[in-house]
Design a protein around this ligand. Structure first.
Ligand SMILES: [Zn+2]
Length: 246
């Protein structure tokens, strides 16, 4: 089974979608001891795939140094409309916004709360980070009037041009999807990720979608690896497989 873990923020006021810096380091140290972190499609004896959504600047500031320190890999899901080429903003400014302020008005431009393309390139070139498309505008793909072609296909083209790196993963914003969105995503990406707290028998996922377990708001560094929690993931995986569910 391939466990894929989903994280968002570090040190954010949005507590259900965040871990503290200390918790993340203790957790990643355990991950490095017990697993081999892989990018989508890669095999290992005891694999785990770490994914971080939304490409907040706190990823570059807190997590990227930890990935280097513990020799780990992570997939970063990027909503390309919010990404600046570069910024002069100070780290303190970039980390200062409350979560609900990040997407308001032109804060993404004035406060640069997301990673820049310069930072994304540096991380990809380090070999510790791969980039996934997380749509262009971070929209719910099932909403009326959404331009699926732009959100799913153009977002990939932009990231590949800016980064000079093949983007073969798509992470569904809010974990939401319908048949049209999944069909288009599967046509353009070998790996399409959702939420759902199940494990994956292979990189085919279940019904063509790769499930992720929640890694935010950890209460202990080893919370995800505790037997009862693991049993829950296995149970859910078997139910999904039996139902042949997406
Ligand atoms: Zn997201």
């Amino acid at each position: 089974m391939i466990p894929v873990v989903m994280y968002h923020h570090i040190n954010s006021d949005d507590l259900p979608l965040s871990n503290t810096e200390g918790m993340m380091e203790a957790h990643l140290r355990l991950v490095a001891e017990r697993y081999t972190s892989v990018f989508p499609g890669q095999d290992a004896a005891n694999p785990i795939c770490l994914t971080f959504d939304d490409a907040y600047y706190d990823f570059y500031h807190y997590v990227f140094p930890l990935l280097k320190k513990y020799r780990l890999k992570a997939l970063l899901a990027v909503p390309s409309a919010y990404i600046l080429d570069d910024t002069d903003a100070e780290p303190s400014t970039r980390l200062s916004l409350k979560h609900r302020e990040i997407y308001k008005g032109d804060h993404w431009r004035t406060h640069a709360p997301f990673c820049t393309y310069a930072e994304l390139r540096e991380m990809v070139q380090s070999g510790h980070v791969a980039v996934a498309s997380h749509s262009m505008n971070h929209v719910n793909l099932t909403d009326e009037g959404i331009d699926l072609e732009q959100e799913i296909v153009t977002s990939k083209i932009i990231l590949e041009e800016k980064l000079g790196f093949r983007v073969d993963s798509f992470v569904l914003p809010y974990g939401k999807y319908n048949a049209a969105a999944v069909a288009l995503a599967r046509e353009h990406y070998p790996y399409v990720f959702r939420i759902g707290n199940a494990l994956n028998p292979s990189w085919e996922g279940i019904g063509g979608l790769i499930y992720r377990i929640k890694g935010d708001a950890l209460r202990t560094p080893d919370e995800l690896f505790k037997p009862l929690k693991q049993l829950g993931f296995w149970f859910k995986t078997i139910v999904k497989l039996l139902k042949g569910e997406q």
